[in-house]
Ligand binder design. Sequence first.
Ligand code: 5RP
Length: 220
Amino acid sequence: MSSDDQKRAAAEAALEFVQPGQILGVGTGSTANYFIDLLGERFAGQIPACVSSSLASTERLRERGFKVVELAEVDYYSIYVDGADEFDVALAMIKGGGGALTSEKIVSSLAGQFVCIVDAGKRVEVLGAFPLPVEIIAMAERGVSGVLRDLGGEPVRREGFVTDHGNPILDVHGFRITDPVILEGEIEAIPGVVTCGLFARRPADVVLMGTNHGVQRFGV
Ligand code: 5RP
């Protein structure tokens, strides 16, 4: 089974969390795209609205007939479904490989449950082999980079890329993240950091991982 097949299987398993009539939070990336496509096939006309974490997902949702509303228009949504670049045993994640980390962190933080959908390659013992994305305010690059080096990482600016919010991303190599909750707080406290791609203070509630032997479930 390819990693794409595993992503699709995980996305399909997430449909069990979808309740007709409920607003949904939707993530970004290739696994989230499978989820959006399957949602369009199985739940067309049954979801009143979605809250999206990127311009790309908003466009894909609208193409499939879903109404996408601003976060400010919504009181509550029970689930947020999104992929991840890595997850650990505590269901802490690295996210932001697709560059949507800031909206993903905002939208996921307001959901009742974070349902993470991944292929088997995303499970790790210790986070950090995947370079940690950090969205920054451009004028702060030098200062932020210095602190990230002091913390043990090697930041590399993602060339030719700005986020939906118009900001650059530093991809930080070389971290071995044994305490992601602490590191997330330390990085997000650096002046000029918009968002760190660690999702540890608010980890996933459930991870659905596609494998060659079916979908494995972690968490609630
Ligand atoms: C985008 C993300 C994605 O969820 C993450 O990069 C995983 O992507 P994919 O589903 O394509 O493997 O955080 O910002």
